[in-house]
Design a protein around this ligand. Structure first.
Ligand code: NAD
Length: 399
């Protein structure tokens, strides 16, 4: 009986599991995750802003496990020993595998900026996203006690997809924050500090303008061209030309980018920022039985000559492909190469505004937010099946 192990139950890992579970003979699967639940990482900003409860973006991993071939272990991966085909888990010790799928996801990247780890809140999982919301509410309470204006300021560091989507949801919940602090909605200020001269360079001027116009309309203080140099308690230190300036904020959230799981480097894989440049069939360059998929994987985009950005869309496609390739290997068949054609990407700014590309077509406004929710439902379908879409899908399609 061949042993397949999947590390991590995010988009990539669960999609690989579903593909493997289409066959039920000749192998057994063990899937490991530190949590009992899968979470929709593309939706963490809504939990952080408090516009969705965390239960809405999670479901139990056991819901998608077929117990006749799959065992779920809730444990922490400590290290992978690819040479000896072993995985070391914190509580349940060493596990042997024939085929391994590494889908351990992302962590926050601080680029060594001083104070970032200590003084900013990250938004990488359910616990950290919930802490962001708790921190905002606590800051509003502190304003009430102290009347110190900084507690009404929320600073988002980095205006990538994650930062912009977070800002959109924070805007949506400003009323809750203001009520808590006992002030007017307009007294709560959301800042977004970005090093680059503009935002989201992958989109054309029309889409960027849609986003910028809305942020301006909602009084978001978008500070582009301001590289963050360091953080101190309740303070973002940034460069304004040659001068260093400070922004005081009771809540500081770090969204300047991500790297792959630290387990990749720790386990001796050849990596850069936690990502391994995999072979075209998604296996490690040295180990033919180790698949690296999702945020721990880098696959070259022949059009740009750079690795594809890490998105849920590519993670799901990689998961399905790795699953199929393992089934082929078990059957003694050759593997196939991974091909990716992006279906586009859509960023939400709040619940009813969004913008982006569907294929090569621009979408913006309410229709785009509808498309965004359908994308979210499709990813739920891909990992959790119809049951999870019915229970956790986004059908809040009101204007
Ligand atoms: P990112 O790397 O895309 O964006 C980080 C931003 O932070 C960049 O604009 C960068 O210029 C800025 N930054 C970095 N260092 C800085 C500094 N010192 N001072 C100020 N600004 C600084 O990271 P992300 O937004 O976390 O996204 C990670 C990946 O996930 C990306 O590939 C993204 O496309 C993907 N993603 C996609 C979606 C979607 O499709 N809707 C949503 C979220 C994330």
């Amino acid at each position: 009986m061949k042993k397949v192990m999947i590390l991590g139950a995010g988009y990539a890992g669960l999609r690989a599991l579903r593909e493997l579970q289409k066959k039920t003979k000749g192998f057994e699967v063990t899937i490991v995750d530190r949590n009992s639940y899968h979470f929709e990482s593309t939706d963490l900003h809504e939990v952080a802003a408090g516009t969705q409860p965390w239960g809405k973006i999670t479901y139990e991993i056991s819901d998608v496990v077929n117990p006749s071939i799959t065992t779920f272990i809730q444990d922490e991966v400590i290290e992978i020993d690819a040479k000896n085909q072993e995985v070391h888990l914190k509580d349940s010790g060493v596990h042997q595998y024939d085929y391994l799928v590494v889908s351990l996801g992302f962590r926050s990247e601080t680029f060594g900026i001083p104070g970032a780890e200590e003084f900013a809140l990250e938004m990488i999982d359910i616990d950290s996203a919930r802490k962001v919301h708790e921190n905002i509410l606590a800051a509003m309470d502190k304003y009430k006690e102290t009347q110190d204006r900084k507690y009404l300021n929320i600073a988002v560091c980095g205006a990538g997809f994650t930062g912009i989507e977070l800002v959109g949801s924070l805007v949506e919940n400003k009323k809750e924050f203001a009520n808590r602090a006992g002030v007017k909605k307009s007294d709560v200020t959301i800042y977004c500090v970005e090093a680059a001269p503009s935002i989201l360079p992958m989109f054309n001027d029309e889409l960027r303008k849609y986003c910028l116009d809305n942020l301006a309309k909602w009084d978001v203080e978008l500070m582009t061209g301001k590289a963050i140099k360091g953080l101190k308690q309740d303070t973002v230190v940034y460069a304004d030309g040659e001068v260093e300036k400070e922004l005081a904020a009771g809540t500081i959230i770090w969204t300047t980018g991500v790297s792959g799981s630290e387990i990749i480097g720790k386990s001796g894989f050849e990596e850069r920022r936690g990502r391994v440049m995999v072979k075209p069939n998604l296996t490690d360059p040295t180990y033919d039985n180790v698949y690296l998929i999702g945020d721990v994987s880098a696959v070259m985009d022949p059009e740009t000559n750079r690795p594809y950005p890490t998105t849920a869309q590519i993670a799901l496609k990689m998961g399905a492909h790795a699953g199929r390739n393992i089934l082929s290997q078990i059957a003694g068949q050759p593997t196939t190469d991974f091909k990716f054609e992006s279906l586009g990407s859509v960023a939400s700014i709040g619940n009813t505004h969004a913008f982006g590309l569907v294929g090569k077509i621009n979408v913006k406004g309410y229709p785009a937010s509808f498309v965004k929710k359908m994308i979210m439902n499709k990813s739920l379908l891909d990992t959790g099946g119809v049951k999870e879409v019915m229970a956790k899908g986004r059908f809040d399609l009101y204007r």
